[in-house]
Design a protein around this ligand. Structure first.
Ligand code: F3S
Length: 387
């Protein structure tokens, strides 16, 4: 990979040890994937924040780094609400380590916005055509597919390296030719908002790391697309999809998948809730203001009988403290900075009901719990009365 004189100096350690380590990661990645050079990025989103996932080794690695990021950089969800962790049942040892991790990132200049939906709270981080170095799979999918920015799915260390250098190797989804659809998906089903998570769950399994091009009967809205991309990134590893009528179709001879109401119904039945559900969680990816408003409306005049969590970004919760107040009057809890998958708070439950295809895919594997699926309305109903 070609390096400019300035990049070469950093690579040789003439700009300090942290930049040398960052350049080492970027050059190694670039060499593996055949990048020709480094390109500037507008922003970085860094995964690898929860102490549950990165442990002592990760904390040590981040704490050892010096210097400052040179582009806007934000964090992925941590393992707990950074201020209300006791309410999540998090123990003090975990909390101490988690706060140390966030502090280590903050010292490097990474903003502790701890969310997988940075585009909901800071739209300036990603615009159409921008190159980014984002890590969290649903954020990557949204950036590539809905915003029209360009990012590979970075690991935590490579994202942090990109933030310190301000650049990323040019390969994969940064290159136009790698962004062509590979498979057509004709959705004949009549989709309700709660079906997009299930649709993504089904299609992710089918297409793996392909680039699906959807044909819908009705244009999805932004929250539908957020749910669809998140689920495909978890049950498969889809980082880019197309949904616009004007988007090019996959090349002639490419496979085509038809999705019927029956396909969705089968998964819904398989994942229907039962009496074993002992916790309900909404907000994967993090809830938007509109989603908070819907939960608040559904909970009005009700009290929860099962634990109900709603996960969102702190900035969203602060902006809509009125909705948070309404939700919490029912006994449900709004948690910020974290989620049901990356927090150890989930570990004490047996079966979690979610409205997310991504959480449905991850909870059995990453949290070792059973999972059930339903719409937001069904989730609220399950939390407020017996199923
Ligand atoms: Fe976000 Fe956690 Fe889901 S990081 S996409 S809420 S698994």
């Amino acid at each position: 990979m070609h390096l400019s004189r300035e990049e070469e100096r950093a690579y040789q350690g003439e700009e300090g040890e942290s930049l040398r380590r960052a350049m080492e990661i970027l050059v190694a990645l670039g060499d593996i994937y055949g990048a020709d050079r480094l390109i500037p990025v507008r922003s970085v989103q860094v995964a690898g924040v929860s102490f549950k996932t990165i442990g002592e080794a990760g904390l040590e690695w981040i704490s050892d780094l010096r210097g400052r990021v040179v582009v806007s950089a934000v964090l992925n969800p941590a393992g707990m609400d950074l201020t209300r962790w006791q309410k999540m049942g998090i123990d003090e040892r975990f909390a101490k380590k988690q706060l140390e991790i966030v502090e280590a990132y903050r010292r490097l200049g990474v903003s502790p916005d701890c969310t997988c939906t940075p585009y909901q709270i800071r739209p300036e981080l990603a615009r159409r055509g921008d190159h980014l170095a984002w890590s969290e799979s649903s954020a990557v999918s949204f950036a590539n597919s809905v915003i029209g920015a360009k990012t590979n799915r970075e690991g935590g260390p490579s994202a942090l390296a990109a933030a310190l250098v301000g650049k990323t190797p040019r390969y994969g989804y940064h290159i136009e030719e790698k962004r062509v659809p590979t498979i057509n998906i004709a959705v004949e089903a009549d989709l309700k908002p709660s079906d997009y998570g299930i649709l993504g769950y089904i299609i992710g399994k089918e297409v793996g790391d392909g680039v699906p091009r959807f044909i819908f009967r009705k244009r999805p809205d932004v929250d539908d697309l957020k749910a669809l991309g998140a689920a495909m990134a978890a049950s498969g590893s889809v980082a880019l999809y197309y949904f616009d009528e004007e988007a090019p179709a996959a090349p002639k001879g490419s496979e085509e998948i038809l999705v019927s109401d029956r396909d969705l119904q089968d998964v819904r039945q398989e994942c229907a809730p039962d009496d074993e559900v002992d916790v309900v969680a909404i907000g994967c990816p993090h809830s938007s203001e509109r989603e908070l408003a819907e939960v608040a409306r559904l909970l009005e005049g009700n009290k929860v009988e099962r634990e109900l969590w709603i996960c969102t970004a702190r900035a969203t919760a602060e902006r809509r403290s009125d909705l948070v107040g309404k939700i919490e009057r029912s006994g449900a809890r709004v948690f910020c900075d974290t989620c049901m998958v990356v927090s150890p708070a989930s570990d004490r439950y047996r079966k979690m009901m979610v409205n997310s295809g991504k959480a449905l895919a991850y909870i059995p594997t990453l949290c070792k719990m059973k999972a059930a699926y339903g719409s937001v309305e069904e989730c609220v109903r399950a939390a407020t009365r017996r199923v």
